[in-house]
Ligand binder design. Structure first.
Ligand SMILES: [Zn+2]
Length: 309
């Protein structure tokens, strides 16, 4: 990703650059959900250096971040030295990493019931945020792709729509590829037991993003890959079950389908339902109808995410 060099645009004679440290470890989807908060910070402090502590491959997807301090590649005291003494430290984690400076803001990344995770992070910044409705919009709306990508994997088996449903869905669609990430071997193999489909195995997150950009439709579970597709502006169908889309729906061009009847949410919990048939209750016909709607009438899905809608 290209980054602006803030130093080159700073007025001459001004030697102070504000440094902001953000801490959010977590999965791909978790990092993508920080983007509205990062944008709100950037708008409030246009010339600041934004540093993020967390996985480098994931934080690179947030173009407003200037520097990533990846704990995987650094010893704690090296990381602390690199972080230095920021002017503002924000920790979105249950526990504060001991080697980092005392935070100005420290909140759990789990939103309270009824609030979306991205909104929660923006609000946690208080006066340091300058949010805008467009922060919840996808990065790009330009889409000329032809393929349909199905991603049957998810971070937990209970977040997966059944493999035979994915297989049945694929029989009704053209140009279908399965996406297999490093942890998706079982989920993809189960689909292939029912139907023979080409499988895409991206070599990196950037490679995955490049492939997703060529899609006209993406269908997946509540997973990081689904969050990425929606964030890239790919028309996306997100199949939810035990997790609450009010809190965890992907940002961007996504429709969430869910048939869970469980009452959602205690604070700090991601899973709100223990019904093993919850995701299975979502019929192929519903997904197919939404897929048809999103690929035939491409403006319909945009309407649900317009600012203020
Ligand atoms: Zn449920």
């Amino acid at each position: 990703m290209l980054r602006k060099d803030k130093r080159s645009t700073r007025p001459l004679g001004l030697s102070f650059t504000m440094r902001i440290l953000l801490v959010r470890e977590g999965a791909l989807g978790d990092i993508l959900l920080t983007r509205p908060a990062v944008r709100a910070l950037r708008r409030r402090y246009p010339a600041a250096d934004l540093m993020a502590v967390g996985p480098k491959t994931r934080w690179r997807l947030i173009p407003e971040i200037d520097e990533v301090l990846d704990p995987d590649g650094l010893l704690p005291h090296h990381l602390a030295a690199r972080a230095g003494h920021p002017d503002l430290t924000v920790i979105w984690a249950v526990h504060r990493p001991a080697f980092l400076p005392a935070p100005d803001i420290h909140v759990s990344p789990y939103p309270p019931p009824g609030m979306h995770a991205a909104d929660w992070l923006v609000r946690s910044l208080g006066p340091h945020a300058d949010p805008a409705p467009g922060d919840l919009e996808p990065a790009s709306r330009a889409h000329t792709g032809a393929g349909i990508y199905l991603h049957p994997g998810a971070g937990a088996a209970w977040k997966r729509w059944p493999a035979d449903r994915f297989a049945e869905l694929a029989t009704h669609l053209c140009g279908v590829h399965l996406i297999e990430g490093p942890a998706d071997g079982n989920a993809v193999a189960e689909v292939l037991e029912h139907i023979d489909l080409p499988v895409l195995r991206p070599s990196s997150l950037e490679d995955l993003a490049q492939h997703l950009r060529t899609a006209c439709l993406f269908i997946g579970n509540d997973s990081g890959v689904t969050h990425l597709a929606a964030a890239l502006g790919v028309p996306t169908i997100a199949l939810f079950g035990p997790t609450d889309p009010v809190q965890w729906a992907p940002l961007g061009r996504a429709r969430v389908l869910r048939r869970c009847a469980a009452h959602a949410g205690r604070q700090g919990q991601i899973r709100v339902c223990d019904d093993p048939t919850c995701l299975a209750a979502l019929p192929v016909a519903d997904v197919l109808a939404t897929a048809t709607e999103m690929t035939v009438d491409k403006d319909v899905d945009d309407a649900s995410r317009e600012p203020g809608a």
